[in-house]
Structures are given as C-alpha cells and as structure tokens.
Write a protein that binds this ligand. Structure first.
Ligand code: TYD
Length: 207
C-alpha cells in the first residue's frame, strides 16, 4: 500500500439516504483547492461511459458477473487516473460511493456471496494500493429510503427499480462489510440538518 499525503473519505448509503444533499453541504463547507469531490460509478471520462452502461434501465440482460467487473474496471481507472494522483499531490478525496457499494450491491444484494473471494482477489490486485481513511455510512431503513426516492420523482436507474428485499440486502451487506474498515455509521432517519452536520463533523476529524 502506498502512503499518500492526502486523506481519502468515502460516503456510502442506500437509495434515498441523503448522500447527495450531504455531499453538496460538504462542498459548500470545504476548500475546493484542498478537497477533490468525485463519484462512483464515474469520476473519469472512461468511468462515466461505464456508468451509463451500468445504470441504463434498458440493459436488463446484464449478468451479475459483467456488473461486478464493470464496476471494478471503472474503479481501477478512477484510482489510477484521478484518486492516486490527487492523494499524492496532497489533496483530499471525498468520494460518493466506492468499493463497499460493490460488496453491498453486487455481492450481498445480488446473492453472490460466493464471489466474495473473487472480489477480494480483484481488490488485492488492483485496488489495495490505496487505503480509505474513513467510510461514512448513512444508515436508513430501506422502506423509508425508497419512499423518499419515489417522492423525488427523478429517473429510475437499474438499481432504484429493484424491490424492497434487494435494498434490505444492500443495507445488510453494508453493515457486514463495514466491520472490516474504518467507519462511522450515521442515523439517516434524523432530520437532514442533523445528518449533514454529523457528516461534516466526521470529515473534519479526519482532515
Ligand atoms: P446513482 O444515481 O449515483 O445513485 P445514488 O445517488 O444512490 O448514489 O447510482 C449509482 C447506483 O449504482 C446506485 O444504485 C448504487 C449502484 N452501485 C453498485 O451497484 N455498485 C457499485 O460498486 C457502485 C459504486 C454503485
């Protein structure tokens, strides 16, 4: 693992957990010079193209294996093209989702626990060059999260369209995966003002 000058913070959460609002709040409150905001899937030109394929609800034929590898491919590109160079320059990275999303969605929610080994091998080979300093998980009952997303009325991607049970497995997957990583769990059922400020406080402790 390379020790970098900047810090790496990841915000994770299920659908409707308020992640987007919290990220906006962080952007307003943190120096844009010292902190680079990015997201997954995406973050680079190549990654954004992979994102389109992954989220397109017309892609009903995509296999879980393809999904797992595409998220990983986008992440490897993101790491080499953007995350590592920024950390080495001394910038902090604040990333909207990262590898724990893959464990939660592709491994647990898609019921592919047998792929945990493959996931870990891919991480060892391609991702372990970087250490995440803190994962912040916005924890919310999936039924509440889905209500919020429906209320927003914005376009559904392939994952929003999944049933409640899928999102319950996502949450369970996160809670399992987090145990192995430095993390903070924030109760996202609280008023958004409280959640936003708790997130900012966690970030400031690290930076
Ligand atoms: P996005 O519109 O960015 O959703 P959100 O605002 O909830 O972050 O869509 C990203 C979707 O991709 C989201 O439903 C979670 C899913 N995802 C995975 O399934 N695996 C992954 O590794 C990542 C990074 C995201």
């Amino acid at each position: 693992m390379i020790h970098t000058k900047g810090k790496f913070i990841v915000l994770e959460g299920g659908e409707g957990s308020g992640k987007g609002t919290c990220l906006e709040f962080l952007k307003e409150n943190l120096s844009p010079k010292k902190n680079l905001f990015t997201r997954e899937p995406g973050g680079t030109k190549i990654g954004e193209r992979i994102r389109e394929i992954l989220l397109d609800s017309k892609n009903t034929m995509m296999s879980v294996e393809t999904e797992l590898l595409l998220f990983t491919a986008g992440r490897v590109q993101h790491l080499h093209e953007k995350i590592l160079p920024a950390l080495n320059r001394g910038q902090n990275i604040i990333c909207d989702r990262f590898n724990l999303s893959t464990i939660a969605y592709q491994i647990y929610a898609r019921k592919r626990e047998n792929y945990l080994d493959i996931f870990n091998k891919l991480e060892m080979l391609f991702i372990k060059q970087v250490k995440v300093d803190l994962y912040i998980f916005l924890d919310l009952e999936p039924s509440e999260g889905l209500k919020r997303v429906t209320g927003r009325g914005d376009g559904h991607n392939r994952f929003d369209a999944e049933k409640l049970d899928f999102h319950k497995r996502v949450r369970n997957g996160y809670l399992q995966a987090l145990k192995k990583y430095p993390h903070k769990i924030i109760d996202a059922s609280q008023p958004i003002e409280v959640v936003k400020n708790e997130v900012l406080k966690c970030v400031k402790v690290i930076l």
